[in-house]
Design a protein around this ligand. Sequence first.
Ligand SMILES: Nc1ncnc2c1ncn2[C@@H]1O[C@H](COP(=O)(O)OP(=O)(O)O)[C@@H](O)[C@H]1O
Ligand SMILES: [Mg+2]
Length: 143
Amino acid sequence: MSHGVVMPSADFSLPELVAWGEAFGARLEPPAVFTFSGELGAGKTTLVQAMCRGYGVTESVTSPTFALVHEYHAPKSVVRHLDLYRLKNVNELALIGWDESVFGDGVALVEWPERAGDELPDDLGAFHLEHIEGEPDKRRLTW
Ligand SMILES: Nc1ncnc2c1ncn2[C@@H]1O[C@H](COP(=O)(O)OP(=O)(O)O)[C@@H](O)[C@H]1O
Ligand SMILES: [Mg+2]
């Protein structure tokens, strides 16, 4: 994106994205923080759900739209799925256990990371999803 670094990118159908996410999740070791950016409907929650499944979460992973964070248990660690879309300001992060989520021992998967501004840790993996013009059933994943 900048400094001449080429970001890997691939176009995925829904089953392809799910398979990729499950494989990624299966290789994940805690602690880790990943962010998921992209517009509504880009597939962020779909990818998070697949990664959780691959990581060993057996509960069903649902969008934490109003709670802002949902916590799951996997064999390797706790997994926290955060959706900051409805975060009003960064002061609210303390109310949802932000430090424990992103500086703790578990895995944190954060949708709408832009909302957290400077509070994001430096050490994270970033995923971006976007629609592809003329390809309604595919999404472009960049990481
Ligand atoms: N290739 C694809 N990858 C991901 N989602 C897809 C794809 N094709 C269609 N979809 C649909 O797009 C929607 C993505 O929704 P969701 O994952 O909740 O997005 P977000 O969390 O980014 O708002 C789902 O209804 C999903 O079935
Ligand atoms: Mg979502």
